[in-house]
Design a protein around this ligand. Structure first.
Ligand code: NAD
Length: 427
C-alpha cells in the first residue's frame, strides 16, 4: 500500500473518539438507548461570517460550535483558532468534553468549536473583529447557563474578554453584568479566576505525580520531553521543574530542540516570548530531527499540542515509561495499542488535562456567586478533584481489567447512564 493511501485510511479524530467510546460501552454493557444518544452529537452549528481587514477589504470566515451532550449541565469546552478546525475535529473535541466533565464530576456537558484560521496571519485588530463577529454569529447558541466556551489552541484570555464583551453588549441592559460567565479563562480583572492560566498544566503534573506514587517512582530522577510550548506545555514544564524533573526536549510549530543536560522552562518561555511564540533557535539547546522527536530517550512524554501526533509512524520508536496526554487526542487508537503492547502507560487526555475545565468550573462558580477566590485555594481544590478522578480510574481499570483510557470512559459513562436512567427520555 502506498504511503498516501495508508495516510488516507487513518482514522479521523471523531472516528477515534467513537472507537474509544464503543470499546468502553462494550466493557460496561452500556444501555443500548443511552449508547445511541451518546454516540451522536446533539447540535452542530456552522457559521460563515464576514470581518473587515486592516486594508479595508472584507474576508469571510467559517466558525464551528458542536454541542455533543448536555445531560449533566450546560455545554462546556474550548474554542480553537487553527487551520485544522473542521466539523470532524469539532465533533471529536466536543465529545471528549462530555467525557471529561462527566469524569471530573462537574455539572457540565460537552461542546467545542473554533474558527478555521491561521491567526498568525492577522493583526490584533483583525483578530478582535473576527472574534466579535464570530461571537455575534453564534448569538444565543452560547450563553452563561447554556454553552460556555473557554480558551484552547491559539485562543487566550484576551480573546475570551472580547467574546464576553460582545456577548454582554448584545444582552438587555439589566442582564449585561450577569452574562460575563458566558466564557471562562477571562483575564483576572475582567472576572477571570486566579490560577485558571496554569490550571491545565498544574493538573497534568498532578496526574503525573499520582502515577509516580502508584508506581513508587521518584520523579526527581526522571527526564521528560514536551510537544507544544503554549499554555499547557509551558505550565506543565513549570510545575515539572518544581518537582525536579529534567526537561530534555521540546517541539513546537517552529522547531524541535534537545539538550541532555536540561532546558530551563522559564528561560525558554522568555526566549519564545521574544521570538513570536516559537522555540526555534533557543541558544541553550541543539536543533533536533522533527520526525524522531518522540523517540528521544526519556522517561515521560507530555504531548501538549494538537491531536493525532502519536501514530503508527512513530509509536514504535517511543522509549518512555509514560505518556501524559496534556493535549486532546494526541494518540491515535492504533498507536495506543502499540504503546500498551510495549508496556508504556498512558494517562488519558480526559483525565490528564481535566484541570483546565475544573479551573473553568471554579471561575464560573466565582462569577455566578460574585466571589473572588484565592489562587492557593484554587490549586488545592483542583488537585483534590483530580486526585479523586485518578483514583476512580485506577479502581475501575482494576475492576474490569482494562486500560486507563477505557476505564476513564467507563467512569464518565456510568455517570451519564445513571442520569438518563433516573430521568428517562422525554416525553
Ligand atoms: P496554545 O495555543 O497555547 O499552544 C499550542 C502549542 O502547540 C504551541 O506551542 C504551538 O507551537 C504548538 N504546535 C502547534 N502546531 C504544532 C505542530 N504541528 N507540532 C508541534 N507543536 C505544534 O494551546 P494550549 O491551550 O496549550 O493547548 C494545547 C493542547 O492542550 C490542545 O490539544 C488543547 O486542546 C489541549 N488543552 C488545552 C487546555 C487549556 O486550558 N488551554 C485544556 C485542556 C486541553
Amino acid at each position: 500500500m502506498s504511503k498516501s493511501i495508508a495516510k488516507k485510511e487513518k482514522r479521523g479524530m471523531y472516528q477515534n473518539v467513537l472507537h474509544q467510546f464503543n470499546k468502553a460501552a462494550d466493557v460496561m454493557n452500556l444501555d443500548p438507548g443511552v449508547r445511541k444518544i451518546l454516540g451522536t452529537t446533539q447540535n452542530e452549528i456552522v457559521v460563515h461570517f464576514p470581518a473587515k481587514m486592516d486594508d479595508g477589504s472584507v474576508e469571510v470566515f467559517t466558525g464551528y460550535r458542536v454541542q455533543h451532550n448536555n445531560a449533566l449541565g450546560p455545554y462546556k469546552g474550548g474554542l480553537r483558532y487553527h487551520p485544522t478546525v473542521d466539523i470532524d475535529a469539532a465533533r471529536a473535541l466536543a465529545t471528549w468534553m462530555t467525557w471529561k466533565t462527566a469524569l471530573a464530576g462537574l455539572p457540565y456537558g460537552g461542546g467545542k468549536g473554533g474558527i478555521q484560521i491561521d491567526p498568525k496571519k492577522y493583526s490584533k485588530g483583525e483578530l478582535e473583529r473576527i472574534t466579535r463577529r464570530f461571537t455575534y454569529a453564534l448569538g444565543n447558541n452560547i450563553g452563561p447557563d447554556y454553552d460556555i466556551p473557554a480558551p484552547d489552541v491559539n485562543t487566550n484570555s484576551q480573546i475570551m474578554a472580547w467574546i464576553a464583551d460582545t456577548f454582554a453588549s448584545n444582552q438587555a441592559p439589566g442582564q449585561r453584568f450577569n452574562s460575563f460567565h458566558v466564557v471562562t479563562g477571562k483575564p483576572v480583572v475582567s472576572g477571570g479566576l486566579e490560577g485558571r492560566d496554569r490550571a491545565t498544566g498544574f493538573g497534568v503534573v498532578t496526574t503525573i505525580q499520582k502515577w509516580a506514587d502508584l508506581r513508587e517512582e521518584d520523579l526527581s530522577n526522571k527526564t521528560y520531553i514536551v510537544q507544544g510550548f503554549g499554555n499547557v506545555g509551558y505550565w506543565a514544564s513549570h510545575f515539572m521543574k518544581e518537582k525536579g524533573v529534567k526537561l530534555i526536549g521540546v517541539q513546537d510549530h517552529s522547531g524541535t530542540i534537545y539538550n541532555e543536560d536540561g532546558i530551563d522552562p522559564e528561560e525558554l518561555l522568555a526566549y519564545a516570548t521574544d521570538n513570536n511564540g516559537g522555540i526555534k533557535g533557543f541558544h541553550k539547546a541543539d536543533e533536533y530531527d522533527k520526525d524522531t522527536f518522540f523517540g528521544i530517550d526519556c522517561d515521560i512524554i507530555i504531548p501538549a499540542a494538537l491531536g493525532n501526533q502519536i501514530t503508527t509512524d512513530n509509536a514504535g520508536m517511543i522509549k518512555a515509561q509514560l505518556v501524559a496526554e496534556g493535549a486532546n487526542g494526541p494518540t491515535d487508537t492504533d498507536a495506543e495499542q502499540i504503546l500498551l503492547d510495549k508496556g508504556i502507560e498512558i494517562i488519558p487526555d480526559i483525565l490528564c488535562n481535566g484541570g483546565g475545565v475544573i479551573g473553568s468550573y471554579f471561575e464560573w462558580l466565582q462569577n455566578k456567586r460574585s466571589e473572588i477566590w484565592k489562587i492557593e485555594d484554587v490549586l488545592i481544590k483542583l488537585q483534590d478533584k483530580l486526585e479523586i478522578s485518578f483514583d476512580k480510574v485506577i479502581k475501575t481499570a482494576e475492576k474490569y481489567d482494562i486500560d486507563w483510557r477505557t476505564a476513564a470512559y467507563v467512569v464518565a459513562m456510568e455517570r451519564l447512564e445513571q442520569t438518563y436512567t433516573e430521568r428517562g427520555v422525554f416525553p
